[in-house]
Write a protein that binds this ligand. Structure first.
Ligand code: XMP
Length: 320
């Protein structure tokens, strides 16, 4: 049983000090490695690891082909300013070939998990000589996975999987007692800029969690463009998380007086504190209309835009 530390009871200075000691004790005089996606959790764990280990922590950004527009360069840039060197590893081929033909949501998540930990990371860890991987798993990831709601990409031990046996390295998870609101406090205290500690959550399986049906480079490109528009236009909404989803079904549309059998984009925007429950944000209708205009004008083939009005539960935040 993991003991939860709520954001209210969290003493950030004490937490940081304790975790720095834990990481040093676990790594000894060896080195560790961590994967930075630029999300709130992995950014916080990167800073924590660097405080504990300095140059003995090697940080990599896995370019899996399913990240948001301009993300690799942006994340590397942010961390360069913080004095943290980030190596970009191009693994697009590995991820897209693992996702080829996979339609089922849980199989898709499993394909991403295996590719990430076994193929891509397995090789990186082996060649670097590191014994452990430092990772930003949080309590909500564990809860949902154990309950069988959704396989979060980063949960193993609680499912009876020993990473040492399965992948050949240990995993250290300093944030596992926290939820998103607690992680933001720790990230801020560690000196992350507001653009990073106050970022909207973005899932480990990245844009693949927002493509219903097969994840191909072309379909990811469509949802990537839609995501950029939605994030830009809903930035001021103050919502917990907002996203675009590409549907599998096509629908009949009309463009320039001709039939256009096109794509459907679903917009979701959530009010939530810790992602366990959520309700759709009551966005002004004018804003929704403007959003629909931009999505259909700027993305080739999009003829339909919907707004999700169901709550979690029974919905979940991501679609896959
Ligand atoms: P759901 O979709 O389960 O999402 O309501 C809850 C929160 O978790 C994020 N999410 C993930 N985070 N690995 C992660 O690290 C995952 O596999 C994953 N799936 C969903 C989601 O974006 C939301 O903030």
């Amino acid at each position: 049983m993991i003991r939860e530390i709520t954001a209210q009871e969290l003493d950030t200075d004490r937490f940081i000090e304790e975790k720095v000691q834990d990481i040093r004790a676990a790594v000894g005089d060896g080195m560790a490695i961590n994967a930075l996606s630029g999300g709130v959790d992995s950014s916080t764990v990167t800073m924590l690891g660097h405080r504990a280990l300095g140059d003995r922590l090697k940080t990599v950004f896995i370019e899996n082909g399913i990240m948001r527009e301009g993300e690799p360069a942006q994340v590397v840039g942010f961390f360069a300013k913080l004095g943290v060197k980030v190596e970009v590893v191009d693994a697009r081929k590995e991820f897209f070939s693992a996702l080829k033909g996979v339609m089922d949501p849980e199989e898709k998540r499993e394909a991403i998990t295996q590719t990430f930990y076994k193929d891509v990371f397995g090789k990186i860890v082996k060649s670097s000589g590191a014994k452990c991987l430092l990772q930003g798993t949080i309590l909500t990831d564990v809860d949902e996975t154990v309950a069988g709601i959704k396989r979060q990409h980063n949960v193993f031990e609680q499912l009876g999987i020993d990473p040492q046996q399965a992948f050949g390295y240990r995993i250290i998870e300093p944030l596992i007692q926290l939820r998103k609101d607690g992680v933001r406090k720790v990230g801020k205290a560690l000196g992350l800029p507001v653009e990073l500690f106050d970022r909207i959550p973005f899932p480990g399986p990245a844009l693949a969690a927002r493509v219903i049906g097969e994840v191909t480079p072309e379909r990811v490109e469509t949802v990537r463009k839609a995501t950029a528009i939605v994030e830009r236009m809903l930035k001021q909404s103050g919502a917990f998380q907002y996203m675009a989803i590409l549907h599998e079904d096509r629908v009949t549309g009309v463009r320039d007086g001709k039939r256009d059998f096109g794509h459907q984009i679903e917009v979701r925007c959530w009010d939530s504190v810790d992602a366990r429950t959520a309700s759709p944000t009551k966005l002004p209708f004018d804003l929704l209309e403007e959003l629909a205009g931009k999505l259909t004008e700027e993305i080739p083939g999009v003829v339909s835009v919907t707004y999700n009005i169901a709550s979690k539960p029974p919905s979940t935040l991501e679609a896959v």
